[in-house]
Design a protein around this ligand. Structure first.
Ligand code: ATP
Length: 382
């Protein structure tokens, strides 16, 4: 679990509350943003996560003022901003590509916005020096963009976006072109800048590990709508929708019914207490939550709720655990991550425990078909 983050150090931090309501953006037949609501608390760090084409960049474009929505509203600290051009909004934006002026050196690139706003040269120099120090580029102020590495270019973009002390920072996959180690470094830097400057931050990514690593709150977007949100841990263990559960890593799905506060599988062998409403439901449980039950008949463990009998199909070594693919009597596949050396043999039966406190029950959504191979959607071995 994540360590608690430090509070933004600056008591006068200019963080803003951002509220979007019922946003719709259409491009011809394509509905890129579909009645989307968004609430960003002042000083929060939120990751907007979702697959390619789900509307992340379009949403950011609306908040930044680069994209006009067909309908809806966006307010920053209660002030409607849809009528304001980008430069009049208290928003800093960093895109995937740095888009620096090639003929200006780093310091002039960073100071551009202040210069355009008519700031005194001495003020610009002091502010630029402060920001270059914050992004660890103090020595590179006189370099031109073509003399910088990809990571350095993105740090210049960050410095430029933060120079005018925006109250909202929008980041659109800013590190996707960097190698993994540098990405991790840059995430740490962005997080530190957020904590120092106390700016409300929205970070767009399609990489769930990146989202979990950097943000306090994750919003999952699917086909232009927010389909789940919460702390990274909540979204992983108690997702609001099946789409979120699937997006957040391999997950087992079992169809059934909820009645009298209990989820029951069709053959009645699996019963798990739940607060979910009565009706058709799907029980989701992560592979690492499954346990191997004591095979002795009548043992205390076997008598517990959440025990299923299965046939072992495949066992694969995965370093820290073995990945065990099994099938229930009705053919439903399940995946378990069990300790290396577990007594599971392909072709033989196994009894598995689905601990009720690790199971999460969701109402069945007719629009989402059952996964053909649960827990394998991304081949992940989380
Ligand atoms: N200018 C445009 N004209 C037409 N269609 C567009 C335009 N911009 C975006 N779209 C479409 O709107 C949908 C949402 O696009 P958007 O770029 O917001 O998605 P995304 O989640 O940011 O994707 P990615 O992760 O690939 O950047 C997609 O179907 C895209 O093809």
């Amino acid at each position: 679990m994540r360590e608690p983050r430090p509070r933004p150090g600056d008591a006068s931090a200019p963080a803003a509350r951002v509220v979007a309501r019922d946003l719709v953006v259409r491009f011809g037949e394509t509905v890129a943003v579909d009645h989307l609501d968004l609430d960003l608390e002042p000083g929060s760090f939120t990751a907007l996560l979702g697959p390619s084409g789900c509307g992340k960049s379009t949403t950011l474009g609306v908040l930044a003022g680069l994209q006009r929505p067909d309908s809806g509203s966006v307010s920053i600290d209660g002030v409607e901003v849809l009528g304001s051009p980008p430069e009049r909004r208290p928003v800093g934006l960093v895109l995937q590509k740095p888009l620096l002026f090639p003929h200006l050196d780093v310091a002039r690139n960073v100071g551009f916005g202040l210069r355009m706003a008519g700031a005194l040269r001495s003020h610009e120099r002091a502010e630029v020096a402060d920001m270059l120090r914050r992004v660890r580029l103090d020595d590179l102020g006189t370099r031109r963009p073509h003399e910088l590495s990809g990571g350095q270019e993105q740090r210049v973009s960050l410095a430029r976006a933060l120079l005018r002390r925006p109250r909202v920072l929008l980041l659109d996959e800013p590190f996707s072109q960097l190698d993994p180690e540098l990405r991790a470094d840059m995430r740490t830097l962005v997080r530190r800048l957020h904590d120092e400057l106390g700016v409300t931050t929205l970070f767009v990514t399609h990489d769930r590990d990146e989202a979990v690593d950097v943000a306090d709150r994750v919003l999952v977007l699917d086909r232009g709508r927010v389909v789940g949100g919460g702390t990274p841990e909540e979204v992983y263990t108690r997702p609001a929708t099946l789409a979120t559960a699937r997006y957040f890593g391999p997950v087992n799905e079992l169809a059934g019914e909820v009645a009298d506060g209990c989820f029951t599988s069709p053959d009645g062998t699996l019963r798990v207490p739940t607060g979910a409403p009565a009706g058709s439901a799907v029980l989701v449980v992560r592979p690492e939550a499954l346990l191997l039950a004591d095979p002795a008949p009548g043992s205390a463990r076997a008598a517990r709720a959440g025990v299923v009998d299965a046939a072992v199909k495949e066992v694969r070594f995965a370093g820290t655990h073995v990945v065990v693919e099994v099938a229930l009597a009705d053919g439903t596949p399940l995946r378990a991550h069990l300790p290396v050396g577990s007594a599971v043999v392909p072709g033989e039966p196994a009894r598995l425990v689905l601990p009720p406190d690790r199971c999460h029950v969701l109402p069945r959504q007719p629009s989402l078909p059952q996964q053909p191979q649960q827990a394998q959607q991304d081949g992940g071995e989380r």
